[in-house]
Design a protein around this ligand. Structure first.
Ligand code: SF4
Length: 231
């Protein structure tokens, strides 16, 4: 009897040996008090799988889907929002409601393809009930996933949509109106705070100096910087 045949005798008919990814997940801390070490995830797939069963904070109890991200895993730009809303919770995809459609239009206006040039995700992966702002402890519990996403993608530019995203990633507590459109450096990566598309939906004016007009200035600056970095 060969070694392989002997081994088969000890396996249940349908049992498979654990894949490296499954072993990794078992070793990663699920308690929010225990930090997830950088480098824990070898692929976004493994990270996404863990998020679907994550209970590191209370948001895990009420979600339909954990909303991890969409877009190109090698994208030069990562867009980070605050958290999933109802549409996102139901579909498992970030920025798919009206704000997401506006984000697509803003990106397309400077020839950025949301499937090719961008990866889109949120600060917290599970929907805060009633679309409230995620609490500090929820942001802290979920942040290791975001940091790992950024590490895996290694973007040239990060766009932070709204003050919550800016504060959660960089610790900068200034209002978004004060800092939008300014480049800042975080962990060696260029970041730009921009208005959240949902804010633009509530402020439809296109007059000079309006939020939409300012967004147009900002996204053009992002396009120019990306061209400078990749050419
Ligand atoms: S929000 Fe993040 S930390 Fe909280 S349960 Fe969902 S995936 Fe886990």
């Amino acid at each position: 009897m060969s070694n392989g045949e002997q081994l088969n005798l000890f396996q249940q008919p349908n049992s498979q040996p654990p894949t490296p990814a499954e072993v990794d997940i078992e070793l990663i801390p699920t308690d929010a008090k225990v930090p997830i070490p950088p480098g824990s995830y070898k692929t976004m797939e493994v990270l996404a799988k863990q998020c679907q069963s994550c209970q590191r904070c209370e948001l895990g109890a009420t979600r339909i889907n954990a909303v991890v991200g969409r877009g190109n895993l090698q994208a030069p730009i990562v867009v980070i929002g605050e958290g999933p809303g109802q549409n996102e919770d139901e579909t498992g995809l970030p920025f798919v409601g009206k704000a997401g459609q506006l984000l697509e239009k803003i990106l397309a206006a400077v020839k950025l393809d949301s499937e090719k040039d961008v990866y889109i995700c949120n600060i917290v992966k599970c929907r805060p009930p009633g679309n409230r702002v995620p609490a500090a402890e929820e942001i802290a519990a979920c942040k290791p996933y975001l940091l790992e996403q950024i590490r895996l993608i290694d973007p040239k530019i990060i766009l932070l949509t709204g003050a919550t995203a800016v504060k959660a990633l960089t610790g900068d507590k200034r209002g978004i109106s004060k800092i939008r459109g300014t480049w800042m450096e975080w962990e060696g990566c260029l970041c730009m705070p921009i208005f959240h598309p949902a804010y633009l939906l509530r402020n439809p004016s296109r007059d000079q100096g309006s939020p939409k007009w300012l967004m147009w200035q900002d996204i053009q600056a992002v396009r120019a910087k990306l061209d400078e970095l990749i050419n």
